[in-house]
Design a binder for this molecule. Structure first.
Ligand code: NDP
Length: 688
């Protein structure tokens, strides 16, 4: 393997608006697979307080001046650019010991995660500066005092301290939600693989799309960085529990109640169900997945399987099948096409892994692999941090300590036999909080029992069986729309989880006041706030439409003939609409009632403006509720009010949400919902 850096590159930090090296030559960072010096790293003399201040003063205001959609589109453009130049990252990634497949998880997995965030944010969030959360709460009988939660970007810097194992994904999965939320970021990669993170940050800044101060990187020791965090900053940490605990208890973090998210050690389990014996599809799937989870990234994955729980009856068969599979692992240089498993990140980490195996071996026997020897198909077994996969078997798992507590961060796992499902749950829980565990079974009753037993101790539970064998993303992959993190030993943090992850970088405030004031703050019309009735709002383009534009329709009476016609026309002849005696026997009705969908249809007939105009399409309704029965002779009218306007950045239309309130002659509310439409930005369209 040729090292990509012929002369070691002196890594730089990008802080306070410029690329800077620390004083001195820097410390050597070695290529994991060859032992050659790959880069030089150091941060001595860098002013960390100034870096944070620059982010707060420059990056924050610039990002907050953009809308959520602007920020999401910016990340999309950067992500697409990174994909174009990804080969440069793969080349650099080999130095971390990662094979091309390992690099794919990190590089394209990371960019994909950022792109997913960018697209979800535009789908799920309005194109706004402030978000609302949950319904408007009535706090007074007369509706003059109401409440709602709002979310606004924190005004500090999001400091992301990452582990060595995912230099790209680890950064991008965290900065995507922060930047979408409107917080500038300062990335602090682990020194061991910081050269790859630094390269990606360089290319992101090269795009010129990020405002000054939005993205900074400290490449090398963090020094006094966390001494300068303050109440509006957020810190996230991924790494060892020991470091995490120390940083979480740091003076400035504690003194300013800095939001601190931690993701640390995790003794993830894979549980084989009693039904999934040898010869079953689930048994084969289990063997395949566990072998993959042990050897992908040489086992240096926070989600890797560390504990293998199997019914006692299948233990021998499982050890045999798994050992046979592990024996096929070709170990060698990461850029060698025949290599299946590359190197650990460093020789000292290999020493650490071997020491942990020795600790495990006090309560478990080695049943596969050679902990202190390795044979490689390519490369130098001594100069590179190669490690044989090692499978252990715990003799008395319920009374053992080390297999549930000692995380050997390499291709190492321990088999534990269990008696019944309760015992399997008890063993999984002995990890005292993990990121993920998997259950492999095709017995729905058993799966239910195991999953409900282990879920409170896990951030994610993966179910493997024949039904999803081909499509499943597997045990080890955290996914952007789903939560990643776990309780207890796993750190107690929660990352990603779709748009939940963005809210982590925003402050939730309960807002109380009159409907008018709430409307003014949130940019969303609240019932009771002033409304304007002039031109029909369906005749207005987004350029003319305003929050609070309203139409109040004429009344329309509902007759028996209407209900009969609707019933036979649609086929909905449910007895409550057709049979007076049956309807009266129903506890909710006094007689035959109109169909709910008839009411919604008549409402549309009352409020639409029928001619061609700026309203392009109706794409649904939200929160539709039928609140009061409608009887023959009742008279309905509609109040439709423009509630929220969401112009699509880069498109020639936007989404408009309308508050639709259907009442009857005595003003009781019959139906309430949001109507969702697409409306042209200008009308008639330019050029017509
Ligand atoms: P560390 O806990 O040593 O380091 C994690 C990060 O914290 C690195 O970026 C490190 O920077 C930084 N850091 C260390 N000290 C400070 C400080 N005083 N102030 C600010 N930042 C600091 O973990 P490693 O990455 O070395 O991994 C070690 C072990 O952690 C693994 O062997 C494994 O057991 C566990 N781990 C768990 C993961 C998980 O997600 N569950 C993921 C990865 C690792 P620097 O490198 O410059 O010291």
């Amino acid at each position: 393997m040729k090292d990509t850096a012929a002369t070691p590159r002196r890594l730089e930090s990008y802080v306070a608006g410029a690329w800077r090296t620390g004083h001195g030559e820097g410390q050597p960072v070695l290529n994991a697979a060859t032992g050659a010096v790959h880069a030089l790293i150091g941060t001595e003399g860098l002013d960390m307080a100034e870096a944070l201040d620059f982010g707060r003063r420059s990056g924050g205001p610039a990002l907050r001046a953009m809308t959520i959609h602007d920020r999401a589109l910016m990340l999309k453009a950067i992500g697409l650019k990174l994909l174009e130049i990804k080969e440069e990252f793969y080349l650099e990634s080999f130095a971390t010991g990662a094979t091309r497949k390992d690099g794919w998880i990190d590089i394209e997995g990371g960019i994909g995660t950022m792109l997913t965030f960018a697209s979800m944010a535009r789908r799920e969030f309005p194109n706004a500066h402030v978000l609302t959360e949950g319904p408007v709460e009535m706090l007074s009988r007369d509706g003059s005092f109401v409440g709602q939660h709002i979310l606004s970007p924190m005004q500090g810097v999001a400091v992301h301290i990452n582990a060595f194992n995912f230099p790209v994904w680890g950064m991008l999965e965290k900065i995507a939600p922060s930047l979408i939320a409107g917080m500038p970021v300062l990335v602090k990669p682990a020194s061991q693989t910081a050269y790859l993170t630094e390269l990606v940050v360089r290319r992101m800044l090269d795009t010129g799309l990020l405002p000054a101060g939005a993205l900074q990187i400290v490449t090398g020791p963090a020094r006094d960085l966390l001494e300068h965090v303050s109440e509006q900053d957020v810190v996230t940490f991924t790494g060892s529990a020991a470091t995490g605990r120390k940083l979480r208890a740091g003076r400035a973090v504690v003194e300013h109640s800095v939001r601190f998210t931690m993701e640390a050690d995790s003794l993830n389990a894979a549980i084989l169900g009693a039904d999934a014996g040898p010869g079953s599809e689930e048994f084969d799937l289990f063997v395949r997945d566990v072998a993959h989870e042990m050897t992908a990234k040489a086992g240096q994955k926070c989600t890797a399987v560390r504990r293998i729980l199997v019914p006692a009856a299948h233990e021998e068969a499982l050890i045999g099948a798994l050992s046979a599979r592990l024996a096929k692992t070709v170990i060698g240089l990461p850029d060698d096409a025949g290599t299946r498993m590359g190197a650990l990140v460093s020789l000292s980490d290999r020493e650490g892994v071997r020491a942990k195996i020795a600790e495990l071996a006090k309560e478990a026997e080695v049943v596969f692999g050679t902990p202190n020897e390795v044979s490689v198909a390519s490369g130098d077994a001594e100069a590179g941090a190669f490690q044989s996969p090692v499978l252990l078997r715990a003799q008395d798992p319920l009374n053992a300590r080390a297999p549930h507590e000692v995380e050997a961060f390499g291709p190492v796992a321990t088999v534990m036999a269990y008696g019944d499902a309760d015992e399997a749950v008890a063993l999984a829980r002995m990890g005292r909080g993990s990121l993920v565990s998997s259950v492999y079974s095709n017995d729905a009753g058993l799966v239910g029992k195991l999953v409900t037993g282990v879920a409170p101790f896990h951030g994610r539970v993966h179910i493997g069986n024949r039904g999803s064998a081909k499509s499943s993303t597997g045990h080890g992959s955290p996914l952007a729309p789903l939560v990643h993190g776990g309780p207890g030993r796993a750190g107690g943090g929660e990352e990603m989880g779709g748009m939940r992850g963005v809210k982590h970088f925003m402050q939730r405030s309960a807002l109380q006041g009159t409907p008018e004031m709430l409307s003014a703050v949130t940019g969303q019309w609240v019932p009771g706030a002033p409304a304007q009735v002039d031109v029909h709002p369906f005749r207005k383009s987004l350029a003319e439409l305003k929050i609070g534009d309203q139409v109040v329709t004429a009344a329309r009476e509902i007759t028996e003939a209407d209900v009969e016609h609707f019933a036979h026309f649609t086929g909905d002849t449910f007895y409550a609409h057709m049979d007076s005696a049956a309807a009266r026997a129903n506890p909710f009705f006094d007689d035959r009632v109109a169909h709910g969908y008839l009411i919604a249809s008549f409402a549309a007939g009352l409020f639409v403006w029928p001619d061609p105009g700026p309203v392009l399409a109706n794409y649904g309704v939200d929160n539709l509720r039928f609140l009061t029965p409608v009887y023959f002779g009742d008279s309905l009218k509609v109040r439709l009010t423009c509630k929220q306007i969401n112009p699509r950045a880069g498109g020639d239309y936007g989404e408009v949400r309308w508050d639709c309130c259907v009442t009857k002659q005595d003003d009781t509310v019959v139906a309430q919902y949001d109507v969702l439409t697409m409306v042209a930005k200008v009308w008639p369209p330019a050029g017509d």
